[in-house]
Design a protein around this ligand. Structure first.
Ligand SMILES: NC(=O)c1ccc[n+]([C@@H]2O[C@H](COP(=O)([O-])OP(=O)(O)OC[C@H]3O[C@@H](n4cnc5c(N)ncnc54)[C@H](OP(=O)(O)O)[C@@H]3O)[C@@H](O)[C@H]2O)c1
Length: 162
């Protein structure tokens, strides 16, 4: 499994149920990397998408403990056992953990790569990705040129499990 996230200088990823920034180039990168593949997310992240709808052209797997939860074009997993059963049919390199904080935290042990967009700013936040720079088992292996969107500077990085 591969994690994909956009983080600020404090590894923050969200505030009050929303993303910290909407950067078109980052949205495009996310779309290109995940389209045609499988995305795994928490129920709150699904709710943060426009209209709470599944993202098109991807298998959307949503973790929720709510046994009555159903949504169009969403495959539901109620725990990690169910998730593992669902994921058994896919190549792990095609499965992307797309958040949010609780799901990144719980699924990071199953990830061996992370595509991290680093945004050079410190936002007010209440949701975080685990700080990979502080984890000795993770190493940054790729870093793009710095890019800008108005006054926001960001870069695309890849981390891999050693
Ligand atoms: N910057 C980024 O790249 C990025 C990416 C994604 C999300 N985000 C942000 O992250 C924030 C949301 O993160 P979050 O931690 O609050 O929510 P979340 O991880 O998206 O969803 C949490 C929900 O997932 C379900 N869940 C979690 N672990 C489970 C398990 N082991 N078994 C079954 N269900 C489980 C539960 O749903 P039920 O309550 O229905 O049981 C739980 O309430 C938002 O601000 C969002 O914008 C940022």
């Amino acid at each position: 499994m591969i994690a994909i996230a956009a983080v600020d200088n404090n590894w923050a990823i969200g505030n009050e149920g929303k993303l910290l920034a909407n950067i078109p180039a980052d949205m495009k990168y996310f779309r290109e990397v995940t389209t045609g593949n499988v995305i795994v997310m928490g129920r709150k992240t699904l709710d943060s998408f426009p209209g709470g709808r599944a993202l098109p052209n991807r298998v959307n797997i949503v973790l929720t403990r709510d046994r009555s939860f159903q949504r169009k074009n969403v495959v539901v997993a109620h725990d990690f056992e169910e998730l593992d059963e669902l994921l058994a049919q896919y190549d792990p390199d095609r499965v992307f953990c797309v958040g949010g904080a609780s799901v990144y935290e719980q699924l990071l042990p199953k990830c061996d790569k992370a595509y991290i967009t680093r945004i050079d700013y410190e936002y007010a936040a209440d949701a975080y990705f685990p700080n990979l720079d502080q984890k000795p088992e993770w190493v940054k292996t790729e870093e793009s040129e710095e890019q800008t969107y108005f006054d926001i500077c960001f870069e695309f990085t890849t981390y891999e499990r050693k």
